[in-house]
Design a protein around this ligand. Structure first.
Ligand code: PEP
Ligand code: MG
Length: 758
C-alpha cells in the first residue's frame, strides 16, 4: 500500500470547505485525523490545539492512541517534540524518535513503539493554533515530501480552526484565564499521572512515604509480637538508637559543618530525657509491652508539642516522630531502619529547611510537597542538596494512596509525578537514571574564560553550603561572587554564635585563598523566614523587614555577623556585601556598623581585616536610580538580578501563577542594568551580576554587551556557560546591547534575541 499525499490534500480541502461549526470542532478534527491516518498509512495521527490562557497544547483529536486522552492530555509550549515544534514554529521530523533529547515519554501512551515522528505546527499568520502529529512504527517512515504535504494541510486547517473557534466563542462565554492547571490522568492499568510544579530538577524512583506530622499512623503490622519483647530488648534498642543518632550527627557534621548543628543531637537529647525514655521504662516495668509504652509516651509528646504556641516546639513533632520510628524499628530488630529514607520519595504537607536537610542526610530520593507553600529558599536548598522536588497544589491528590506500597516516579525535570507506573514506564526511567551519572563534575574547564575575540569574563561561584566548595574548586570558579550567609541561620533552628559563624566564614575564605571571596550579610525576611524569630508575620513580606533592613534593626545580631566575617578575613583580602540596599543612607549606616565592629575587635586585640572592600547589591529600583551615588561610596556593585527583576516588574519571584510575567529580558530590566553599569563606570568601580540571569543563555550575550565582566553562579553551571561565552564575539554582543536598549517593546526584544540566537 502506498501513501497518497495528493489525495490527502484534496480530501482535507474538501472537508474544510464542508465544515459546519454546529458539528463541533472536535468532531471535525476527528474526521481529519482519520483521513490523514488512512491516506498516509500512518499508525497514529493527532491534532493538538493551543490554549492561549494556559499556554498548553491540548490533545483534541486522535487516531491510534487511547481515546481517553482526548481533551485530557496537555503539553506545555516547548515541551516534548510536539511542544517544541509549536514553540519554534517549525516542523520537526524524526526517523527514530528516541534520538531526539526532547522526546517526552508519557506514561501509558506506549509511544515507544512508534519510531517515526512528524510534528507540524498549525499557524495562522504567526498566531499559534496547534500542532498536527503523525507517528509510525517504521523508522524513517516520513519523507521530505510528507513534510511538504503536512505543511499544506496544516495551513488549510489553520483558518478553519480559527473560524470555528470564533463561531464557537459566540455561543460560549469566554472563560476567565485559568491558573496553570494541575492535571490528573488515570489509566486503566491503575497508574496515575499528576502534573505539579518543579522546585528542583531531577528524576527519582521510589516508594511513597507520607510524612503526615501530627496524625502520624503507627505501623499496624509488627513483624514481632509486641508482648514477646522485654525490658532488655527496650534497653538494647535505646542504646542502639543513641549510637545511630550520634553516628548520623557525626556524618552530617563532616559533610555539612555549617548547618549540621544539633539536628540529630536534638533527637539524642529527647531520647535521653527522663520524661521520655524514663517514663517508657517505668511503664514497661509496670507490665506494659515495650512497643505500647513507646507509643503511649510518643503520642502524649506529639499531642503536647502540636498544641504549643511556639513554632519551635511545634516543629519538634517531626523529631519525636522520627525518633519513635527509629526506636520501634530497633526494638523489632529490623535490619534497615525506617528513618533511612533511601528508596523512598517523601510526600509532605509542608517542609522546613531543616526537615529537608534531615531528609537529605537520611538519603530520601525525592520530595513531593502537597498544598503547602514553598519558600524560595527551600527550593534553593533542595537544589543545593540535589533532591528532586515537585510541588502539587491540591492536598487530597495523594490521599487515596496507601503509602509504602505505592511506587512513584518523580520526574522533577518536567514537574510530573507518575503513581504506580507501568513496568515499561519504570524501565524507561531506570534507563534515564542510569544515563545520568554525574558528568558535570568531570567536565573539562579552563582556568579562565574569554570570548572568541579575547575579552576576559570572570565566572565565579555562588555558595550556599560549605559542601558546595569542592565543586566550585574542581570547576575552577574564579572566586566566590556570592556567599549566602543566611543559609546556616535558616536551615538550623537557632542563631549560630559568633564563633560558629567565624569558623564557617573561615572555611569559605580558605577554599579560595588566592581569589576574591564576597561574603553577603544576612538576607532574611521576605520568603526567607527565621522560624525562631518572633513577630515575623508581615502582610507583604517581600516589601517588609528584609535583608539589610532586618540587619540594621537587629544591630546586635548584625555586629556579631560582621565581627565573625572580619575575624575570618584577617590577613587576607575580604569583600563584604549588603543585600537589598535601597538608599545611600542604608549603605552608610551599614558601613558605620562595620566600622564599629572593627573598632570593637581592635579594642579586644582580636586579629581582623581592618579594610574590607564593601559592596552594595543592586536589587530594587531605588538603588538603580542611585547607582551612581552608591558607586561613589561603595567599592563595588553587584546586581542581584533575581530580586531586581521581581521588584522592577512587580512580579513575585516565588509565585508560580505569574511565572510567565517574570521576564529577565524585559526592556525595563535591561535599561536598569545599563544604568547601573554606567553608574559604576563613572566612578571606576567594578560591577558583577549574581542572579539566575548569569546562566540564562538568552540574555548573557546582552549582559556582556552592556559591559558586565564578572558573573557569579551555581558552580555546576560554569562548564556550560564557559563553553557558551567562548563561542561569542564581544563586538556582536556590543551591537546586540546597543540595538536592544533602543527597543521599548517586549516583542521587539524577543524577536531580536531570537534572531541573535538563531
Ligand atoms: C538575587 O536576588 O539575584 C540574589 C542573588 O540574591 P538571592 O537570590 O539570594 O535573593
Ligand atoms: Mg536577592
Amino acid at each position: 500500500m502506498k501513501k497518497d499525499t495528493v489525495e490527502l490534500i484534496c480530501s482535507v480541502s474538501e472537508l474544510t470547505s464542508l465544515f459546519e461549526s454546529q458539528a463541533g470542532l472536535a468532531g471535525f478534527l476527528q474526521k481529519v485525523v482519520s483521513l490523514v491516518a488512512f491516506h498516509m498509512k500512518a499508525a497514529v495521527c493527532s491534532v493538538y490545539l493551543y490554549d492561549e490562557d494556559s499556554e498548553e497544547l491540548v490533545l483534541t483529536a486522535n487516531q491510534g492512541l487511547n481515546q481517553k486522552y482526548i481533551g485530557n492530555l496537555r503539553i506545555k509550549l516547548g515541551e516534548g517534540i510536539t511542544g517544541q515544534a509549536l514553540k519554534e514554529l517549525r516542523p520537526i521530523r524524526e526517523g527514530r524518535v528516541w534520538q531526539n533529547p526532547n522526546f517526552k515519554y508519557l506514561a501509558d501512551l506506549h509511544e515507544d513503539q512508534y519510531q517515526a515522528f512528524l510534528a507540524v505546527p498549525i499557524l495562522h499568520g504567526n498566531r499559534k493554533i496547534g500542532v498536527l502529529v503523525v507517528q509510525d512504527p517504521q523508522p524513517y517512515y516520513f519523507s521530505d515530501n510528507d513534510v511538504r504535504a503536512f505543511r499544506a494541510i496544516a495551513a488549510q486547517l489553520a483558518s478553519t480552526i480559527e473560524n470555528a473557534k470564533l463561531l464557537l466563542s459566540l455561543h460560549e462565554e469566554k472563560k476567565p484565564p485559568r491558573p496553570r492547571p494541575e492535571e490528573v490522568v488515570s489509566t486503566p492499568g491503575g497508574s496515575r499521572f499528576i502534573r505539579g510544579v518543579s522546585a528542583c530538577e531531577g528524576v527519582s524512583i521510589g516508594r511513597a512515604l507520607k510524612l503526615t506530622g501530627i496524625d502520624h499512623e503507627w505501623d499496624p503490622d509488627p513483624t514481632e509480637s509486641p508482648d514477646t519483647l522485654t525490658e532488655d530488648d527496650f534497653l538494647r534498642a535505646l542504646r542502639q538508637t543513641e549510637e545511630q543518632l550520634t553516628d548520623l550527627q557525626r556524618q552530617l557534621g563532616e559533610r555539612m559543618a555549617d548547618v549540621a548543628s544539633l539536628i540529630f543531637d536534638a533527637h539524642v537529647l529527647i531520647l535521653k530525657d527522663d520524661e521520655f525514655s524514663g517514663v517508657m521504662l517505668r511503664l514497661i516495668r509496670q507490665g506494659t509491652p515495650p512497643e505500647l509504652a513507646i507509643r503511649e509516651v510518643v503520642d502524649s509528646y506529639v499531642a503536647l508539642f502540636s498544641k504549643s504556641s511556639s513554632i519551635m516546639l511545634r516543629e519538634k513533632v517531626h523529631d519525636v516522630r522520627d525518633l519513635s520510628m527509629r526506636l520501634v524499628s530497633n526494638l523489632r530488630r529490623r535490619t534497615s531502619s525506617p528513618v533511612d529514607y533511601s528508596g523512598q520519595i517523601v510526600v509532605a504537607g509542608d517542609l522546613l529547611p531543616s526537615d529537608l536537610l534531615k531528609l537529605s542526610a537520611q538519603r530520601a530520593e525525592g520530595v513531593i510537597l502537597i498544598g503547602g507553600g514553598v519558600t524560595a529558599h527551600v527550593s534553593v536548598l533542595a537544589r543545593t542538596l540535589r533532591i528532586p522536588m515537585v510541588i502539587v497544589k491540591d492536598p487530597p491528590l495523594l490521599d487515596s494512596e496507601k503509602g509504602p506500597e505505592t511506587n512513584i516516579i518523580l520526574d522533577a525535570d518536567q514537574g510530573n509525578i507518575i503513581i504506580n507506573p507501568a513496568e515499561d514506564v519504570l524501565a524507561h526511567y531506570r534507563t534515564i537514571l542510569e544515563s545520568r551519572k554525574d558528568t558535570v563534575i568531570d567536565a573539562v574547564v579552563q582556568p579562565t574564560t574569554s570570548t572568541l575575540d579575547g575579552r576576559r569574563i570572570r565566572l565565579m561561584a555562588n555558595i550556599n553550603l560549605l559542601s558546595e566548595l569542592p565543586t566550585a574548586q574542581r570547576l575552577k570558579a574564579e572566586g566566590i561572587g556570592l556567599y549566602r550567609s543566611e543559609f546556616p541561620f535558616i536551615v538550623r533552628n537557632d542563631v549560630p554564635t559568633e564563633e560558629e559563624q567565624f569558623r564557617i566564614y573561615q572555611k569559605v575564605l580558605e577554599a579560595m585563598p588566592e581569589q576574591e571571596v564576597v561574603l553577603r550579610t544576612l538576607d532574611v525576611g521576605g520568603d526567607k523566614i527565621l522560624s525562631y524569630f518572633p513577630d515575623n508575620a508581615e502582610n507583604n513580606p517581600s516589601l517588609g523587614l528584609r535583608a539589610i533592613r532586618f540587619s540594621l534593626r537587629n544591630k546586635e545580631m548584625f555586629m556579631q555577623q560582621l565581627r565573625a566575617m572580619l575575624r575570618a578575613g584577617a590577613g587576607r583580602p575580604l569583600s563584604v556585601m549588603f543585600p537589598l540596599i535601597s538608599s545611600v543612607d542604608d549603605f552608610l549606616d551599614a558601613r558605620k556598623i562595620i566600622e564599629e565592629s572593627i573598632q570593637s575587635l581592635k579594642e579586644e586585640n582580636a586579629p581582623c581585616n581592618e579594610h574590607p572592600r564593601l559592596g552594595a547589591m543592586i536589587e530594587v529600583p531605588s538603588a538603580v536610580e542611585l547607582a551612581e551615588d552608591l558607586a561613589q561610596e561603595a567599592d563595588f556593585l553587584c546586581i542581584g538580578s533575581n530580586d531586581l527583576v521581581q521588584y522592577i516588574l512587580a512580579v513575585d519571584r516565588t509565585n508560580e501563577r505569574i511565572a510567565d510575567l517574570y521576564i529577565p529580558y524585559h526592556p525595563a530590566v535591561l535599561r536598569a542594568i545599563n544604568r547601573v553599569v554606567n553608574g559604576a563606570l563613572i566612578h571606576g568601580k567594578p560591577v558583577s551580576l549574581c542572579g539566575d540571569m548569569a546562566t540564562d543563555e538568552r540574555v548573557l550575550p546582552l549582559l556582556i554587551g552592556l559591559g558586565i565582566r564578572a558573573f557569579s553562579m551555581d558552580s555546576r553551571r560554569i562548564p556550560k556557560i564557559q563553553e557558551f561565552i567562548t563561542s561569542l564575539r564581544y563586538d556582536d554582543t556590543r551591537k546586540l546591547a546597543h540595538d536592544m536598549l533602543r527597543m521599548g517593546s517586549l516583542k521587539a526584544v524577543e524577536e531580536r534575541l531570537k534572531a541573535h540566537s538563531g
